[in-house]
Design a protein around this ligand. Sequence first.
Ligand code: TPP
Length: 682
Amino acid sequence: MDNTVINRAADNIRILSAAMVEKAKSGHPGGAMGGADFINILYTEFLNYDPSDMAWPFRDRFFLDPGHMSPMLYSQLTLTGNFTLEEIKNFRQWGSPTPGHPELEVKRGIENTSGPLGQGHTMAIGAAIAAKFLAARFGNWIDHKIYTYISDGGVQEEISQGAGRIASILGLDNLIMFYDSNDIQLSTETWEVTIEDTEMKYKAWGWEVMTINGNDADAIRNALKKANQTSGRPTLIIGKTIMGKGAVDDNGQSFERKCSTHGMPLGEAGASFKKSIAHLGGDPENPFQIFQDVADYYTKVREQKIKQAAEKKNKIVSWEKSNPSPAVKLKLFFSGTAPSIDYSKIAQKENIATRAASATLLSYFAQNIDNMIVASADLSNSDKTDGFLKYTKAFRKGDFSGAFLQAGVSELTMAAIANGIALHGGVIVACGTFFVFSDYMKPAVRLSALMGLPVKFIWTHDAFRVGEDGPTHQPVEQEAQIRLLEHLKNHHGKNSLLVLRPADAIETNVAWKMAMENTETPTALLLSRQNINDIPVKPGSTRFNDALEATKGAYVAKDSNGTPDIILVANGSEVATCLAGAEKLTAEKGLKVRVVSAISEGLFRNQPKAYQKSVLPDNIPIFGLTAGLPVTLQGLVGPFGKVFGMQSFGFSAPYKILDEKLGYTAENVVKQVEMYLAEYKK
Ligand SMILES: Cc1ncc(C[n+]2csc(CCOP(=O)(O)OP(=O)(O)O)c2C)c(N)n1
């Protein structure tokens, strides 16, 4: 095949990428210049998409892992007509659609936010799982491919271990990964930090692996053809590429394979920008151009892609006509609408742990929601995601009729996969583990929050009451940490994460309702290991109706007769402790006590001030009780309030002993409140 124009197009991508970085005076040109040949062939000859309708649900997807190689993606998407030259000239500038690292924008062909190495390709695995899940339900015409692009950094990140393992155990033959193996990274050459045989590693996991010259059009084409024919396993194409391909210095000598071109403009790195552009066939005075022959070629590619997509769309329309009710269902799934469920009808046993209440809901979901995937990192029987599993089965290679992902012990991988499932669309996703291990998941939770993905994170064993397992398993500072994301807005002005720690079983119904109906950001559910006494029903109400008030973030769970002398505020199981303390304060000390259940401070802060003041007036002393750090409730008690919380890591002992020793009893509430009131009145 004549590769003249293809190679010119790759050089054009190299020129645009180098020019973007040079103009911005910041960015990463070298990797982008090396990867240009692959992405160019992928987008012209293999990727099935509609350039005029990039969000078409049945497109192939391309997930970039090394976000620092954004110039390569933006340049590619400029050739396909999704970005303008003007926009890429504004690379990394305020308000431009070409930020330093790509930020999710499906309509323009950006399938995922990337930057933290390793997560991008793991999200691709999530998308591949979602595609298999939908194909198992609606037919093998859902056969789109998920392509992903990884670099040395992504391969070295620990998350790639979980991703590599899961992709192969599930036989994800709809996943094709290109490894841009250029032997260069940021500070060093790759040989200085690893001697691993990456080909053997992926083969050992069960991948199909090919090693090719990643700058050779024919080799790339052949590898992609072979990958597309591979069945039963994912494919890794190791492309040996040249960092900074085409870069030359002032003397016209090669300036390729240099660490310095990884992360700075060519000129700054020691190459000659102008000579490099000329060497690649561009105009050094005006590098932001698309060559005429390349533009003509891409016009044809564009027409052909639109035509091919139209053919597939027509086939889908015929499928829809012969399968009207699945077609309606599938549309509904892709609309992302929350399922309509009457949460008041989901009965709970009395005085149970909130993780057990969550299991009841998950069992209901498994039987009533057809597009939900739940995952657990080898704790399904403890985090009670087994409530879901009981009514379905785990995914197996070749069988995606189930809806449960046994992720193995890999919390970060699981969270990034959940993000990828959500990114694919058409599927609701939840994943569970112990709250203390949210530490392992945080980088993916952060990206989920940044992208506004409706992933549900189920975190059980929410406090020191894990008990005998001791401090390694007892979250203390985790709630304060994770609630910081409630204070942080996403780019659409929403709290970037909704964090819910329900106080009893029925509040857990409401929490799950809030989680399912929150289709715009991720939600975290913090659930207790131990049983909790239910909050008493208010006269003439139902517990569900009372608990519905949790949708405002905080509500009065039990009020005093007349203006309270003291307000106790808590969330989770400490609400029950506060209620017990309140009874004693009234019976023994004659105090009028209000108890507030604050499931989410972030949500409460979004309510009108009048509501906030009606729950927590600013002229009444407020006492907070938390099994987390005192700072968890500091914002709710205000400057003159007091919070009793943990001062240290937990301890290994039965949880009731811990409650006694650490002061989480009605008696200690009385004592602490008395001390606080004495201080307050001074
Ligand atoms: C989790 C994470 N750690 C560190 C970085 C900073 N970083 C960006 S690129 C890079 C080196 C990666 O080298 P490679 O993946 O080989 O890319 P190339 O040099 O080929 O462009 C590092 C350490 C990051 N983006 N993400």
